[in-house]
Design a binder for this molecule. Structure first.
Ligand code: 1HN
Length: 343
């Protein structure tokens, strides 16, 4: 059975000095740190960022720092387990709240990490990805896959705020994170693919006439997501409706490492998903309620964001009808042959 392993202090100091001199270290004192028994021991702790607390600070950033001095005017949501300044919300997921003011432009660049925007507030902003102009309306989910040029603009009259989710921590870990800058893109004069080729679920352009892009549809309009969830609630078997955001050509997750779902929780309902090996974050598109995360209650309201570490025991309870978008890293874990669920 489980053995107590030897410690560094068990070893003579002269031997320890000789090890360091040779550039080696004994594994056994570190073994349980890197391979704990029975379950991972995450550094990540659940975070809760209320929109009421973040919004005024973000608007203040709009006064203090012109977009030219920020490139992207973002307040990063820092994992409480890693502390202030942590550039991540979980081991693999970066989250930030970005502000764009009327008339502003965020310059074009391309980078290795992938990003997704979930629009929180405001009208009139857009992002251009690979020449496609993607309108940003509240609740929309907009992809900026790694390797695609993107810039943001704002033709409206009020501040626009969105939540960025990136797989940045992974790319930093892999020493693979970098960006290139360029000129604003010329936009094709046509609506985005969600309004044309992929207007209806289950229909895609005939394969004889086109070769699908790797990321064929980069905007998922909220109005359709909400409508689908409402009909599923109406005609479903009583289970809480939850939909995966998928590539309409392949049915696969929208990005290589990050996945997204939208769920609707009826007022008064409690939902207890299995414990999952992926980490997660939730954005409240609408509604109010609480989530118990490993015994700790998070009381959430509209536009709040909260996170949960790997294998967290979760239970969501909606006080009012609620819509949550769940951000997770299951696609990455599946590629590693690792994803699991514990009932
Ligand atoms: C980025 O490119 C954006 O394009 C937002 O809006 C946040 C955080 C880290 C690295 C790149 C954007 C980012 C980012």
């Amino acid at each position: 059975m489980s053995q107590q392993l030897g410690t560094l202090e068990d070893l003579p100091e002269s031997y320890r000095d000789a090890l360091a001199e040779a550039g080696v270290a004994p594994l056994w004192p570190m073994m349980r740190n890197v391979l704990p028994h029975d379950a991972p021991q995450p550094l990540t702790r659940s975070g809760h960022w209320t929109y009421d607390s973040v919004r005024p600070l973000l608007l203040q950033a709009g006064e203090l720092t012109p977009v030219e001095k920020a490139e992207r005017r973002v307040l990063v949501l820092c994992d409480p387990g890693r502390g202030p300044g942590a550039m991540q919300a979980t081991a693999s997921i970066y989250l930030g709240m970005q502000l764009l003011l009327p008339g502003e432009t965020a310059p074009a660049h391309v980078h290795t990490p992938s990003a997704v925007r979930i629009i929180v507030e405001g009208e009139g902003a857009f992002t251009v990805v690979d020449g496609e102009k993607l309108p940003m309306r509240e609740g929309d989910l907009v992809l900026t896959p790694g390797g695609e040029w993107h810039d943001h603009g704002h033709e409206g009259n009020d501040p626009v705020v969105w939540l960025d989710a990136l797989d940045l921590p992974l790319f930093v870990y892999l020493e693979g994170s970098y960006a290139r800058e360029g000129d604003l893109q010329t936009r094709r004069n046509r609506p985005d693919a969600s309004e044309v080729e992929y207007l209806a679920a289950g229909l895609a352009p005939s394969r004889t006439t086109h070769r699908a892009r790797r990321y064929p549809m980069m905007r998922y309009p909220w109005a359709r997501t909400e409508a689908a969830l409402r009909e599923m609630a109406r005609y479903g078997d009583g289970a809480t409706p939850e939909v995966d955001y998928v590539n309409p050509e392949t049915g696969a997750d929208v990005l290589p490492t990050m996945g997204f779902t939208a769920m609707m929780i009826a007022a008064g309902t409690i939902v207890s998903p299995p414990r999952r090996s992926c980490s997660s974050a939730f954005h409240v598109v609408a509604g109010r309620g609480r989530t118990i995360i490993d015994g700790q209650a998070v009381e959430w309201g509209p536009k709040d964001t909260f996170s949960a570490p790997v294998f967290a025991k979760l239970s969501h309870e909606a006080e009012e009808e609620a819509f949550l978008v769940r951000i997770h890293d299951r696609p990455l874990q599946e590629k590693l042959g690792y994803y699991e669920e514990w009932e």
